[in-house]
Design a protein around this ligand. Structure first.
Ligand SMILES: Nc1nc2c(ncn2[C@@H]2O[C@H](COP(=O)(O)OP(=O)(O)OP(=O)(O)O)[C@@H](O)[C@H]2O)c(=O)[nH]1
Ligand SMILES: [Mg+2]
Length: 200
């Protein structure tokens, strides 16, 4: 597995994990944020990014317009420094299935992924199961499932989301409110620990 190191001039250099320059090196991890339409993927990246994030949102033109006005059509991008050592490069996917060809493009060389579900919409969990299956069949990297929108009065608790998705006890299913920076950071810290322990 390759570890990307962030050089002082801002460039990313890929090194085999064993050749990294040790504890003092800055490690940059590529993380993809996926999940169904309207789950909060863009919000998650907007909330946590240290630098001005990039979004490719366009007006919703089909029947989903009643739910929201703008949707991601290519990708979101943000960067967050989690500690002295670890920075995450976050790539958000579009939620509408007609753009799912982007998953493959964004998934290249990723170190881990986050799948967000809107906990207040049990009707979206069928699409979430489909996305989980697709990612699981394509990628062998650590991931976490996020039970987002925990501030909604109708939100299912993470354990209910786990049950409905048919996930076993070993899978991380974490509560989150994507508008709250500390909440998003907790999710990303859990994922980055899992990535770093899998490459140690
Ligand atoms: N109350 C609450 N609202 C949230 C939360 N996360 C996201 N939202 C809101 O949910 C709506 C959808 O969020 P987006 O970030 O656009 O969702 P998305 O997954 O990027 O959507 P697509 O790109 O269209 O698939 C926005 O109005 C967000 O502000 C949350 O944890 N709590
Ligand atoms: Mg989006």
């Amino acid at each position: 597995m390759m570890v990307r190191e962030l050089m002082p001039d801002g460039t990313l250099v890929s090194l085999p994990g064993t050749l990294g320059s040790g504890a003092k090196a800055s490690i940059a991890l590529k993380v993809v944020v996926g999940g169904p339409f309207n789950a909060g993927k863009s919000q998650f990246i907007r909330t946590v990014s240290d630098k001005a994030p990039l979004f490719t949102e366009a007006r919703v033109t089909d029947g989903f317009r009643a739910i929201k006005k703008r949707t991601t059509v290519a990708m979101d991008f943000g960067v967050v420094r989690l500690s002295d050592r670890v920075s995450l490069y976050l790539f958000g996917t579009p939620g509408q299935s007609r753009f799912d060809f982007m998953w493959e493009i964004l998934g290249k060389e990723m170190d881990g992924y986050v799948l967000l579900a809107d906990s207040s919409r049990p009707e979206d969990l069928a699409q979430m199961r489909e996305i989980l299956r697709t990612f699981d069949s394509r990628y062998r990297v650590p991931f976490v499932v996020v039970a987002n929108k925990q501030d909604s009065p109708r939100a299912m608790r993470p354990e209910e989301v786990r049950r409905q998705l048919g996930l076993g006890p070993a899978a991380a299913v974490l509560p989150c409110v994507a508008t709250d920076r500390e909440s998003v950071k907790r999710v990303l810290a859990t994922l980055s620990r899992s990535i770093l322990s899998s490459t140690a």
